[in-house]
Design a protein around this ligand. Structure first.
Ligand code: CLF
Ligand code: SF4
Length: 291
């Protein structure tokens, strides 16, 4: 049975509005590849960076079940099994396969998936059938002229597209995908990476548009300037809070994002147990993206 948004606001650490929910998540790095090229993305396999798009290792769906077993034993407050990379969850079949296996052994755990949305029109029915409880789609712009400055290229159904054409396909698939999944009663969160020089004046429009498609909650993630967007600035607190206020006119806003690694485990913002699960040292660092 699909969990309601109201239920998730009390049990899912990334779907709370207002005060923070002290529940945890375990991220399963089963998705290695991606089908789009965000200009700020720097995917890595390492032990040090604390940011989305980074994991110490890639695991198989069967290994992911073992990881969930270990994680809930170490931290009983973990209520969510999530897949958020390091690549896109729908660019390879492993995320959906992982959720199918997890559902059998942990029927009560919240199944949370994060995607760039390009493949949603192809997979929305499978997402619904597998029983994903919460879906995050990263939508950085709904105007192709702005989106092409953030994402330069996509590979879709075996063909490469660039520029405005790529941006148009991506946006259309994200919005129709959100509408289809939300229409089936699945709670949809939208993440937007806030890039002061590119989309700051456009985030309000993104929030209004995705709310109109049925998204329930919105997470504005400050850019950490890197890769091709190293020339951009990191948004300050003043800009972030004014843009959150603009978005809040249309949709509930989530404010506790920790920009997690793709192999994070524990309560976001508190002690991370992933070193015990994935055998890596503890570090503190910083960066961006989807999650
Ligand atoms: Fe993971 Fe993302 Fe699910 Fe949360 S993270 S897949 S929705 S369980 Fe949460 Fe981490 Fe922010 Fe993501 S704090 S980066 S919003
Ligand atoms: Fe792909 Fe995510 Fe990187 Fe964008 S940020 S290129 S969607 S892995």
């Amino acid at each position: 049975m699909i969990k309601s948004f109201e239920e998730l606001t009390k049990t899912h650490p990334c779907f709370s509005v207002g005060s923070k929910v002290n529940k945890g998540r375990v991220h399963l790095p089963v998705s290695p590849g991606c089908n789009i090229s965000c200009r700020f993305c720097d995917r890595q396999l390492n032990d040090v960076d604390l940011r989305p798009g980074v994991a110490s290792t890639i695991i198989t769906p069967r290994e992911a079940v073992e990881v969930v077993r270990k994680a809930v034993a170490l931290c009983p407050d973990i209520t969510v099994a999530g897949v958020a990379g390091p690549g896109d969850t729908l660019a390879t079949p492993y995320a959906l396969e992982t959720f199918r296996l997890i559902k059998k052994e942990f029927p009560g755990i919240i199944k949370c998936m994060s995607t760039n949305g390009l493949m949603l029109p192809d997979y929305y029915q499978e997402i619904i059938d597998v029983g994903i409880d919460s879906l995050t789609v990263t939508v950085n712009a709904v105007d192709p002229l702005i989106q092409e400055r953030i994402c330069g290229e996509i590979t879709y159904h075996g063909k490469r597209y660039q520029g405005v054409e790529a941006a148009g396909i991506l946006i259309e698939n994200q919005l129709s995908g959100i509408e289809a999944v939300a229409g089936a009663g699945v709670t949809v969160k939208v993440n937007t990476v806030l890039i002061p020089e590119i989309n700051a004046g456009h985030v309000e429009t993104v929030a209004k548009t995705v709310a109109g498609k049925g998204a329930k909650i919105y997470n504005i993630i400050p850019l950490i300037p890197q890769h091709e967007l190293a020339w951009c600035s990191a948004p300050g607190c003043g800009l972030l809070s004014s843009i959150r206020a603009q978005a809040e006119q249309y949709i509930k806003v989530f404010r506790h994002c920790q920009r997690c690694r793709a192999d994070a485990a524990g309560i976001p913002g508190q002690e991370d147990f992933s070193r015990l699960i994935y055998d890596r040292p503890v570090q503190q660092a910083n960066t961006f993206s989807h999650g």
